[in-house]
Write a protein that binds this ligand. Sequence first.
Ligand SMILES: O=c1ccn([C@@H]2O[C@H](COP(=O)(O)OP(=O)(O)O[C@H]3O[C@H](CO)[C@@H](O)[C@H](O)[C@H]3O)[C@@H](O)[C@H]2O)c(=O)[nH]1
Ligand SMILES: [Mn+2]
Length: 842
Amino acid sequence: MEALLRSTGGSPPLHTAKISRLAISNRIFAAVYASAVLTLLYHHLETLADSTTSISSLLISLSLLIADLILAFMWTTTQSFRMHPVYRTESPESLAKVVTDQTDCVPAMDVFICTADPYKEPPMGVVNTALSVMAYDYPPEKLSLYVSDDGGSAPTLFAFLEAAKFAAHWLPFCRKNDVVERSPEVYFASNDCRFSEAQKIKTMYESMKVRVENVVERGKVGDEFITGEEESQAFNKWTDGFTRQDHPTVIQVILDKSKDRDITGHVMPNLIYVSREKSMTSHHHFKAGALNVLIRVSAIMMNSPIILTLDCDTYSNDPKTLQRVLCYFSDTKVESKVGYIQFPQKFHGINKNDIYGCEIKRLFVINPQGMDGLNGPNHVGTGCFFNRRVFFGGPSALLLPELPELSPYHVVNKPIQSPQVLKLAHRVAGCNYENQTQWGFKVGVRYGSLVEDYFTGYRVQCEGWKTIFCNPDRPAFYGEAPISLIDVLNQNKRWAIGLLEVAFSKYCPLTFGISLMGPLMGLAYAHYAFWPIWSIPAAIYAFVPQFTLLNGVTIFPKVSEPWFVLYLFLFFGAYGQDLLDFIVGGGTFQRWWGDQRMWMIRSLSCFLFGSIEYSMKSLGISTHGFNVTSKVLNEEQSKRYEQGVFEFGVHSPLFVPLTMAAITNLAALIFAIVTILRGGGGDFERLLMQLLIVAFAGVLKEVSEKEYLREVSDEVLKEVFKEYLREVNEEVLKEVFKEVLKEVSEKEYLREVSDELFKEESEGECLREVSKEAFEEVLKEVFKEVLKELNEKMMTNDVTDVKVAIFDCGLGHNRDGSSKHGEPATVVKRREKSTEETENTD
Ligand SMILES: O=c1ccn([C@@H]2O[C@H](COP(=O)(O)OP(=O)(O)O[C@H]3O[C@H](CO)[C@@H](O)[C@H](O)[C@H]3O)[C@@H](O)[C@H]2O)c(=O)[nH]1
Ligand SMILES: [Mn+2]
């Protein structure tokens, strides 16, 4: 690496960083906002002191205080991302010449690709990822790929044997035609391949795909597919007792750079398939365990100083990425301290408005830029180039592993297929190898959290490593985002559990992190560790203002009070700044909105459930695993996703709190509007804050109205709602209907309201079923009241015209069927019908 730098001496800098223009204004705003937050907390304390009169008002004040304390804490942690964001640029051009001219100078790279389940992660996808990387513009003799298969699946090995044969054609094809999309799937999808060479390659690819998919579908490799002695030996490992959870190590060198050549006689990179040993009796630590096996196996085979880790779906989108990375790794000023260079996770195929908020721009782009100006971004699991040394202690505290061959400084001098190398590789891939070693605790990828990426990045930064965020205009990698709501929620639930595991360990960023990295980095990591506690304020704000509103209790300042302005400032300040960050980061308003909506949905579902599951695990009641996110695209589902249809898809307890909140908000919204319409200015002033919150949470309502009832025709869920409506909300519903009827029956609101409520077929069904009795009850009461009122008016001789009196008391139309106010006939008809119905029951 040093040789490389010397040879670039004198040319322009390999990389530059510039601080964001928003940094200064962010700091000023932070000061102002912090004062506002403190003032609000003071106001809360005051209210709390005043609300000792009744237990319920005390509880309400307390819950609001807790919610705002948590929001204030989260706000504080986000400030780390805003104090010093930087944007980096690299100049790979100044390096390009050197790299091609002096092959010997460039460092070797080991690439790790993890896969765990051939059904959720189709082998063809993994193969595409591997091919895109094998075809990097980099000397192939310096590249080695290791595929970790935690699924222990013969079809996956088969797919890679096929891929190796195809690569012999694909790599020279990419070189010759200067192909940019080096994942064949992406290339063939976006190029029409008119020239005959491309046609030929495409046919070859398609036929490989058919063979692989066929084998995957059958779940085993038929004899007709096994060609050579070597292949047959490899597949013999899959004996009858071989299961995914219990099997010996399988290591297969598929391509060996010392002898394998492509069709033009060029060297091909090493390609090694590794399925580590599994047994029912030992813990495997999921992906972290798989990566540690690869670190050891690769150390024995090549021991390249740079390691690229990729999830099976993260294919390369730019063949020149390695040159970019070398801009940092070859700079001796930073090289010795750089632990890793993280690229953002970007996803292909996200729909226009990103309805499930999968882009997660803040996590993958905005926040890392913020951390990059401090000590460097957190690790996000894929698209990351590691300095191998980072896995063995701090920059100035080398921790030597138990075998000299695993040391990052060990020089490999045996061919990868030599018996000694293979024997040792099998040994270090064994499931008991790590017992009584430092692996996972002080060495390698760290265990103890389901978000091993976050935890490992955090720990190595605590040890003193600096990290770098590299975000080129042309994304270096693309991955697959989950495109169904339940997948998103399950993924986020796993993250929530993993993050809490860190938050409540001795490595809590608030203590451990701050003491080792200073307050800003510590808070940045704390922001993630405590991510799931967002569910607490979200739940409080989704229910407390609503229930108090339904009970006619005012909990927020009146419009005329100065505190109201404070609330407005805090609300719009936070959301405004958030939107600004998002737009500056290249987002659109619609995507921001979708992101907000998902924030609410996440907070009320997976963060809540994640926290519960985490607590159960801590109490030893249950355990949790790594539920791999599906990367399979169902055609129908993709189509609907493409069209932007928000769907729940399946039934899941995850949706219950969400929909409960949606219904409560709907009821509260109607109730508030009615109260304000009736009560006039006073109520408006008093209830506006609550109304705003309810309307805002109506984002959820929007979702539930559109899709929930149509989609989730699931019995269990339906029961839950019925129950809920019946027990919790009967009174409320009665109130609402009563108000609605009394207030608005003269106009055509009844129709409108009932249309609104009964619009969706199934929704109507559900509501009608649930509230039929309540509805009838209410109607009876209303009629009684109306009659009573009418009676009174007639008694006091206040009435000259009976018809007018009926109107004044809120009963519909003229006797002759026409409308007094000239309403359209349809309206009248409808109303007649509803009147008839009620009359029958009366
Ligand atoms: O026992 C396991 C489980 C998973 N994986 C691999 O881990 C990767 C990530 O799994 P995925 O289901 O895609 O999880 P995501 O939530 O989408 O991934 C994010 O979050 C994970 C931590 O929860 C990180 O490991 C990932 O890098 C990061 O992209 C995939 O390649 C899997 O094959 C394994 O190798 N072994
Ligand atoms: Mn993933």
